[in-house]
Ligand binder design. Structure first.
Ligand code: NAD
Length: 346
């Protein structure tokens, strides 16, 4: 069954870990180590079923292979998920048990934070394994919480998208609807506000959206309205798989550019966006800022300044993808996927 599943996509390893003492249930998917150790964060999340957790790990891990390859990193792609449920609270013991699971893979998988995990959690995991990144970093060094680096990548990538789709060189007066104001979405909103964008903001935590709107001068709307907001850009920064036939039909923007992983619900949704004339910034290309930062930390290469230069290159990389997609009249995700597959030898 699993080997034939669409999302299995020739993964090298699908590892199930369980720790009876803490209740830890974790799934680590390693898609490819062709370019180096499989790097990708770990998500702590509530899943409706174990099968849903497996699918999430598989899809996220393939995304990391593509992301790391397209970011020019000597890293493969993998991802961890920890199942969140009442009987297994995120204690230090549980995180240590996860660290031992990561360590048992001998460096084939390198973890970092994703949704639900923090740099403080990585410090606890690091007691049990050295194959961890995203640890708190000293000023000027690479590493630390990847959220701000990811937000910087989204900002420059969105700039490439508005240049291509709208002929705009900067964000002055550009209307951006942001879904999710967490570590990435919040930092992105701040940057866009400074750059003169007009913001519409939504978060399942309404008070959070209102506080951001009051501070940055935007408008807060209910979560149910953000994807149909009349704007120039829709920026998904909550969870993945938000772009399906229904949401795509309802979009009233020229560009989709945000950090959420696996934004396209099915492989045909990229073509759906293309057919509607909406420019889609492939998620794993635009959201690579965080992994560029934590990979530099793990590999011990570079400082904050060289990481910033690498993140800035996301703008040109997306401009290239948009140009090829336009020249060949192809969906942008199809162009990026074929570039990425070539890089990982698939
Ligand atoms: P986060 O947990 O800090 O923030 C997510 C925010 O989205 C929270 O404020 C939450 O309340 C809100 N939210 C959840 N569901 C929502 C919904 N339906 N509508 C509106 N808001 C909703 O997570 P993050 O680190 O900011 O990551 C955001 C997304 O970007 C995730 O999909 C993550 O996988 C992806 N991503 C993050 C990074 C990173 O460096 N943190 C890197 C690459 C990709």
């Amino acid at each position: 069954m699993i080997f034939d599943a669409l999302d299995f996509d020739a993964h090298e390893v699908l590892h199930f870990g369980h720790d009876a003492a803490t209740g830890l249930k974790t799934i680590i998917a390693i898609h490819s180590t062709h370019l180096g150790p499989a790097a990708g964060g770990c998500r702590w999340w509530t899943y409706a079923s174990d099968a849903e957790a497996v699918t999430d790990a598989l899809r996220l891990s393939r995304g990391m292979s593509y992301k790391n390859a397209m970011a020019g990193l000597p890293m493969g792609g993998g991802k961890g998920v920890i199942l969140k449920f009442d009987a297994a609270p995120k204690t230090e013991s549980l995180l240590e048990a996860f660290g031992r699971t990561v360590d048992s893979l001998g460096g084939r998988y390198v973890t970092a934070e994703d949704v639900g995990m923090s740099d403080a959690d990585m410090t606890v995991i690091a007691r049990q394994t050295r194959h961890v990144s995203g640890l708190p970093s000293a000023a000027g060094a690479a590493g630390g919480n990847p959220g701000p680096s990811t937000a910087e990548g989204i900002f420059v990538g969105m700039r490439a998208a508005i240049a291509h789709a709208l002929g705009k060189r900067d964000f002055a007066g550009v209307r951006v609807a942001i879904q999710g104001l967490g570590s990435v979405g919040g930092a992105l909103a701040e940057k866009l506000a400074v750059a003169g964008a007009v913001l519409t903001l939504a978060d399942i935590d309404d008070a959070r959206a209102r506080a951001y709107a009051a501070r940055l001068g935007g408008t807060a709307v209910p979560v149910s309205q953000i994807a149909t907001t009349d704007a120039d850009v829709f920026s998904p920064n909550a969870l993945g798989a938000g772009l399906d036939a229904e949401t795509i039909d309802g979009l009233r923007v020229a560009v989709v550019a945000g950090a959420a992983n696996n934004q396209l619900a099915t492989p045909t949704d990229g073509a759906r966006l293309h057919a509607r004339g909406i420019l889609y910034a492939p998620d794993y290309v635009i959201n690579a800022g965080g992994i560029i930062n934590v990979a530099a930390e793990y590999l011990g290469q570079g400082d904050a300044a060289s990481v910033a230069r690498a993140i800035a290159r996301i703008e040109g990389r997306l401009a290239d993808i948009f140009a090829v997609a336009k020249a060949e009249n192809l969906p942008t995700d199809a162009v990026a996927d074929s570039m990425a597959r070539k890089l990982i030898g698939r």
